[in-house]
Design a protein around this ligand. Sequence first.
Ligand SMILES: [Zn+2]
Length: 238
Amino acid sequence: MNILGLVVILSTIVAISFYFLHKLATTSKFQIIGELITHVKTNEKIVALTYDDGPNPPYTNQLLSVLEKLQAKATFFVVGKNVEKHPEVVKLILSKGHELGNHSYSHLPMILKTPSFIKSDIDRTDKLIRQLGVQQKIHFRAPFGIKRFILPFMLDKMNKKNILWNLDPQDYAASNSKEIEDYVLEHIKPGSIILLHDGSQDGDENTSKTITATENLIEKLRQQGYQLKTVSELLMLR
Ligand SMILES: [Zn+2]
C-alpha cells in the first residue's frame, strides 16, 4: 500500500472514531461517568415540568401566576448571569414553593472546556442560588443538554446529578402553544421530565406560547390522572 492509501485509511478511522465519540457525548441516554437522569421509571402518574434559561421577567412572573392559580409545582433551571440580573424573580420562584436547579452561569456549551472553567461556572451559580436561601441539594442541567467527558467527570466529583429530560416539545421553535401541548400529550408517560423554557440562551425572549401551553397542559394532564411535581419529588420515586 502506498503512503497516500495509508493516510486515507487512517483519516477515515480517525473521522469515524470522532463521529462515534461525539454521538456518545451528545446522546441524552448515556453518560460515561456519574448519574444522568432523563426520567424516572415508575407506574405512578407523576411527571415534572421543568423551565430553563430564566429568570426572564415579565414571562417568568406570568408563568408563576399560572402555576400558582393551578397549584402546580415546577423546577426552574436558572442561568447564573440571569439570576444576577433578576434576583427578585428568583426569590419569587422560591417563595411560591418551586425548585431551583443550576443551568450553569454562562450557558456556554460545556465542550472542550477546562475542568476549572466547568467547576467555577457551576459553583458560581450554586453560590447565587444559596445566597437566595436555598439549602437543599441543587441539581444541574447541562446547557444544550450536551456533556462530554470532562463535564460528567466534574459533576461526579461535585456529587451532582445531571438532570436532562425525555420529553422535549421544542417550545422555542413551536409556531403556537397548541403544537407544544399536542407533542407533550402524545408523548407523556409516568415519570417523564418535560423540557420547557421561560427564557432563552440569547437573553430576553417572549415565552408566552409556553405559558399558555403550561396552563392548558396542567389541566389536560390532570384530567388524565397525572400529578405535577418537582424534579426532587419525582426522584424520590426511584
Ligand atoms: Zn438552556
